[in-house]
Design a protein around this ligand. Structure first.
Ligand SMILES: [Fe+2]
Ligand SMILES: [Fe+2]
Length: 165
């Protein structure tokens, strides 16, 4: 990614609402024994998606990939309170941040669509940002070295038994 292409991404990272949401996720997950929805996860997803994008020819813009990955779980803390699917909560939270950070309406819609479907297996095989985010999100979890693997409710075939990238 060229230097200038990271400008809007860094605006997301320093956006007050974004920082507040990430902090609220951390507060809610303080005692969580399963996977967290934190900056480490967001960056794992972003970088995995960029690798898949390059190695499998998705043809997606790296800046949009990073934006989707950084924002895809920002609403997780709300799910702990209300039970609402955090993919939809995050998709609702993302547009205001994306607008403030200089993303166009068209770019925002593409990113928000990928966020909204990141838990829908139906998009897994799509060669677009939606499919890319879905796959990178699932591949990011290190089930092969997780102490809670036995108690985790991810179905067996979804768990990562070995490292891929
Ligand atoms: Fe998620
Ligand atoms: Fe995630």
């Amino acid at each position: 990614m060229e230097q200038k292409k990271t400008e809007r991404i860094n605006r997301i990272l320093t956006h007050p609402s974004y920082k507040a949401y990430v902090f609220q996720n951390a507060e809610k997950e303080r005692d969580r024994v399963f996977c967290h929805h934190d900056m480490g996860h967001f960056l794992d997803v972003a970088r995995l998606a960029v690798i898949l994008n390059l190695t499998e020819g998705y043809g997606q813009d790296a800046e949009l990939i990073y934006a989707a990955a950084l924002l895809h779980d920002v609403g997780r803390h709300i799910q702990y309170e209300t039970g609402e699917d955090h993919a939809l909560v995050s998709a609702r939270m993302a547009p205001a941040i994306l607008k403030d950070c200089g993303f166009s309406q068209e770019e925002s819609e593409q990113i928000v669509s990928a966020i909204a479907t990141h838990r829908q297996v139906e998009v897994r095989d799509r060669k677009d940002l939606n499919g890319l985010l879905y796959r990178a999100d699932k591949l990011s979890r290190p089930c092969y070295c997780c102490k809670q693997e036995g108690a985790c409710n991810w179905k067996g075939d979804k768990k990562n038994r070995q490292l891929i990238w």
